[in-house]
Design a protein around this ligand. Structure first.
Ligand SMILES: [Zn+2]
Ligand SMILES: [Zn+2]
Length: 375
């Protein structure tokens, strides 16, 4: 099924390897096989294999899954396939700055793109809006770049180069790992990794570079939107630290207010309809207002049973990513009045012989068989 090598073999470690063992093995092999450095044949393949093995084994959840199921990802793997997707390994941090300074001209570390945080806002809509989709416009208090200091956080925009990192935003830190001392590059804490320090903070934003402002945000809710659907408005989130970098995103999570009588199942709408015994027996038509603005006719055929459902095709909600609509599913129920008059009681008594099952036990068995067949 798979000719992949065992991840532990790839890294040359025992199955009982600790996090530290894995890291050391990865460091050693990555240095050896990094395609930019290695003269080995198939270095790139080897490096990918090492990276994949490390990505899986260094993640406790993925490792546990791998220990149990090996490379078999076919069934019930809740983490998605191991291969294919990218692995989030910070090579620079793992291998240390020295490793990279060789081929990035040395000295100046690569500047990472800095980005503000994403902001999540919840927005409620009703079922009718799910049906039509809509252009929404809401007022939000959002952090915006401070105009006074243009997001720098500094009064008059004056900043000085951070002394600790010499303006690079990152510093080399010596780390003792077992018997080895490694150099790792980390964000500079003195300047919040921006490389500059503020001499006197902007009084309007207190040096933060952003301040909360009321803003009108417009977005469109797609037809058939589901509860929990998230809309991403790029660049409308938190500005980056001190204006250096791009804004985060604004995420709008759609909440759908419960409908008065419909439940929702995907694009189907489900409702229950209590009817009197004569209507179930003789059939009837019930007309109610519907979310599509038209009337919904529910035709109950004669001899309908309480507990059965009727489907009204293509009168449900629009499908979200394709054309067409779901159905309305009507669960028939028997309405039992609170009180009955003496006269009604008499009439019902007289009906018993015609309506009650002749052979009760036979009906019980028949009904049970029906129910099982429908399971
Ligand atoms: Zn300011
Ligand atoms: Zn600094």
């Amino acid at each position: 099924m798979t000719d992949k090598r065992d991840y532990y073999d790839v890294l040359g470690v025992e199955r009982s390897a600790t996090e530290k063992d894995l890291k050391n093995a990865f460091r050693r092999l990555a240095r050896k096989y990094h395609p930019d450095r290695s003269d080995e044949q198939d270095a790139e393949e080897k490096f990918k294999e090492i990276q994949e093995a490390y990505a899986v084994l260094s993640d406790a959840q993925k490792r546990a899954h791998y220990d149990r199921f090996g490379h078999d990802n076919s069934a019930g793997n809740p983490f998605g396939g191991f291969s294919g997707g990218g692995f989030n390994i910070n090579l620079e941090d793992l291998l240390g700055g020295d490793f990279f300074s060789g081929f990035f001209g040395g000295g100046r570390g690569r500047t990472r793109e800095r980005r503000g945080s994403d902001i999540l806002v919840r927005h409620s809509i009703d079922m009718a809006t799910v049906f039509t989709g809509s252009e929404e416009s809401i007022e939000l208090d959002l952090p915006m770049e401070c105009i006074t200091c243009q997001g720098t956080g500094a009064k008059d925009g004056n900043t000085t180069t951070c002394g600790k990192c010499n303006g690079q935003g990152r510093v080399r830190v010596r780390q003792q790992i077992g018997p080895f001392v490694n150099e790792v590059i980390q964000d500079c804490r003195d300047c919040g990794a921006t490389g500059s320090v503020i001499e006197s903070p902007c009084s309007d934003c207190k040096g933060r570079g952003h301040r909360v402002e009321n803003k009108t945000v417009r977005f469109s809710v797609p037809q058939g939107a589901e509860h929990g659907t998230r809309l991403r408005l790029r660049g409308q989130g938190q500005p980056a630290e001190r204006g250096q970098g791009s804004n985060g995103d604004l995420l709008i999570e759609i909440e759908i207010v419960s409908h008065a009588w419909f439940e929702r199942n995907g694009s189907d709408l489900i409702m229950s309809l209590p009817l009197g015994y004569p209507d179930l027996m003789l059939g009837t038509k019930v007309t109610i207002d519907h979310i599509d603005g038209k009337k919904l006719d529910i035709v109950i055929p004669p001899r309908s049973s309480a507990g059965h459902t009727l489907e009204i095709k293509k009168r449900g909600l629009p499908h979200m990513r394709r054309s067409g609509r779901g159905d309305v599913v009507v669960l028939l129920k028997l309405h039992v009045p609170e009180k009955i008059s003496k006269a009604d009681k008499k009439q019902l008594e007289s009906m018993k012989s015609n309506f009650n099952p002749v052979d009760q036990m036979e009906r019980i068995l028949e009904d049970a068989a029906d129910r099982r067949a429908n399971e």
